[in-house]
Design a protein around this ligand. Structure first.
Ligand SMILES: *[C@@H]1O[C@H](CO)[C@@H](O)[C@H](O)[C@H]1NC(C)=O
Ligand SMILES: *[C@@H]1O[C@H](CO)[C@@H](O)[C@H](O)[C@H]1NC(C)=O
Ligand SMILES: *[C@@H]1O[C@H](CO)[C@@H](O)[C@H](O)[C@H]1NC(C)=O
Ligand SMILES: *[C@@H]1O[C@H](CO)[C@@H](O)[C@H](O)[C@H]1NC(C)=O
Ligand SMILES: *[C@@H]1O[C@H](CO)[C@@H](O)[C@H](O)[C@H]1NC(C)=O
Ligand SMILES: *[C@@H]1O[C@H](CO)[C@@H](O)[C@H](O)[C@H]1NC(C)=O
Ligand SMILES: *[C@@H]1O[C@H](CO)[C@@H](O)[C@H](O)[C@H]1NC(C)=O
Ligand SMILES: *[C@@H]1O[C@H](CO)[C@@H](O)[C@H](O)[C@H]1NC(C)=O
Length: 472
């Protein structure tokens, strides 16, 4: 289903003559951009108090609201590990209603930081599916951020540029001892190092906001027991506090293709888990999976890790975030081509592929047992902003799908944003990766094959082509 957004002249006139108090008039031309950041950090667990030493210990919902040529839209980003499909859809709808725009113009995404939830629990990844801090739902927090952002819109210009960061690694590997598939760094597996950066400046050239994407799971804090937004939180706060002394700048990170991508460096996170389960820590890099498994599966009591190791982990997350932030700011600095009056266009679709139901529950390394299941539905979208287009996937695609989208898009400035506006049950491997018995492949309810890879790519590529056609 496609719902392209065309703005009739009447809308423009109506918006001009009937403003509401919460929302500014749509400007007849010229880009306007506003930003906001609200705190959604869970209230502290008195039995498992935070260190309160690192910026990444706070979680936020951020919004960048844009408007040009009478069309308004928003990039909303939530520092959460995982939210259900319906939560994305509700937040998307509420923000679109608040901004009086189409669903397709609103991108609701998450950073996927694996400990972005309450402290002292192994299921922190449920945070966001119910109340967040003092908001009764994520949708209401998203509306609050979008409304605050609308109310500080200012004339702006937008530019796009890319660079590279070498912090990520393919995470699907054959265990050298068992010769079975496991989660570990695979230095020869597919990996995409591209960092994509959309920069918004005021007309005075003072930076207002940046929207970035890069493929890398924020998993080093997984099961750490502490609340943290992991390296993306450190990155966003570093950029924000670097770009404006009064902290009005907003930086957003969203996932690119990351279903098969981890950080290359995981040693401090592994040590932190080892300190929970009393595995001897040597100082050398330990094998994560065999240390994570007993904690993940509850074979070992979940206790507060040694402060020494959580502090080292948090220092590493801060360091990763700072270095990623520096790369983003270098890419921003080298962005030269800015547009003051971009066309805005958006569309959203759902692609569908055969699904399956799992009948067993092995983690990895063996074949799974399945029966057929309901179709696997993936939300796709595109937002055109002048000669830039953001293509979105509601799910966790593998690297080769990202490459395929980049290969086949007909617009040079195509930014990929995933984990946006929807989440099917499971990962979205490319056709080749289905032969690997990894936890992502075994766990997905997508039937093996090329359907998702082909359908997602062709949906995005055809939306990009439709947008390009409107540019003439
Ligand atoms: C919202 O947009 C619709 C058209 O899309 C327009 O008819 C209506 O007047 C707008 N409402 C406000 C409050 O701007
Ligand atoms: C919206 O436009 C009307 C009519 O031009 C004007 O009176 C009003 O001040 C504007 N409101 C805002 C918030 O800019
Ligand atoms: C909700 O939490 C935010 C962030 O902590 C705070 O600024 C705001 O005042 C709170 N609102 C209410 C109604 O408590
Ligand atoms: C890395 O992955 C590739 C497939 O992408 C596989 O052929 C290779 O054996 C893997 N290497 C290791 C060390 O796991
Ligand atoms: C914050 O600083 C920016 C310049 O960095 C300035 O444009 C803006 O007006 C300041 N905002 C506030 C609320 O002081
Ligand atoms: C996706 O793929 C399936 C099977 O290959 C096909 O039947 C379906 O129409 C495709 N298109 C969409 C938009 O889902
Ligand atoms: C996918 O969408 C189809 C058609 O709307 C529906 O029948 C099916 O149940 C959906 N699949 C899931 C897993 O919700
Ligand atoms: C992308 O294009 C390159 C060069 O044209 C090709 O080598 C590669 O196989 C393509 N990758 C995908 C995933 O389509």
């Amino acid at each position: 289903m496609r719902s392209s957004f065309f703005l009739p002249l009447a809308t423009l006139l109506l918006a001009w003559i009937s403003p509401t108090s919460a929302i500014r008039n749509a400007s007849s031309s010229g880009l306007m951009v506003g930003t906001a950041r609200i705190d959604i950090t869970p209230y502290p667990n008195p039995h498992w108090l935070p260190l309160n030493e690192f910026p990444h210990e706070k979680l936020h919902v951020r919004a960048i609201v844009y408007e040009s040529n009478g069309v308004r839209g928003a990039f909303v980003n939530c520092e959460l590990a995982f939210i259900q499909d319906g939560i994305y859809k509700t937040a998307n709808k509420l923000v679109a209603e608040a901004l009086n725009t189409s669903l397709a113009n609103v991108l609701v995404s998450i950073t996927h930081a694996h400990s972005a939830g309450p402290a002292g629990v192994t299921n922190a990844n449920q945070y966001g599916n119910a109340a967040v801090r003092n908001y009764t739902s994520l949708g209401l927090a998203a509306v609050e951020a979008a409304t605050l952002a609308v109310n500080n819109m200012q004339p702006a210009k937008v530019g796009y540029n890319t660079g590279e960061a070498y912090f990520n690694v393919n995470r699907d590997a054959l265990d050298p001892l068992t010769r079975r598939w496991t989660q570990a760094a695979n230095l020869s597996g597919p990996i995409d190092r591209e960092v994509q950066v959309l920069t918004f400046l005021g007309l005075d050239n003072i930076p207002i906001a940046v929207y970035t994407s890069y493929g890398m799971h924020p998993v080093n804090s997984y099961l750490s027991g502490f609340t943290t937004g992991d390296w993306p939180a450190a990155m966003m706060r570093w950029i924000e506090t670097s770009m404006s002394v009064n902290d009005t700048f907003v930086a957003i990170y969203s996932q690119q293709a990351s279903g098969d991508v981890n950080p290359l460096l995981r040693r401090p996170g592994t040590n932190n888990l080892a300190s929970i389960s009393s595995v001897p820590i040597t100082g050398f890099e330990l094998v994560q999976e065999c240390i994570e498994e007993p904690v993940r599966d509850g074979y070992t009591p979940f206790v507060r890790p040694d402060d020494h190791y959580i502090r080292q982990l948090f220092q590493e997350l801060e360091a990763q975030g700072i270095m990623m932030g520096e790369i983003v700011m270098q890419i921003m600095s080298q962005t030269t081509d800015y547009d003051l009056n971009p066309t805005i266009w958006a569309a959203q679709e759902t692609v569908s592929c055969p699904g399956r139901k799992r009948l067993d529950n092995a983690r990895e390394g063996v074949a799974g047992v399945y029966t057929s299941g309901p179709n696997f539905n993936v939300t796709t979208g595109a937002v055109g902003i002048g000669d830039i287009v953001l293509v979105t996937v509601g799910g966790e695609i593998f690297t080769r799908i990202g490459w395929r989208i980049k290969n086949e898009t007909t617009m040079a400035k195509t930014m990929i944003v995933t984990m946006t506006n929807g989440q099917p049950s499971g990962y979205i491997p490319d056709a080749l990766s289905f032969s690997q018995e990894t936890f992502q492949v075994l766990g997905t309810s997508l039937m093996p094959g090329a359907c998702a890879e082909l359908n997602i790519t062709s949906s995005l590529v055809s939306m990009v082509a439709s947008y390009k056609a409107t540019l003439g």
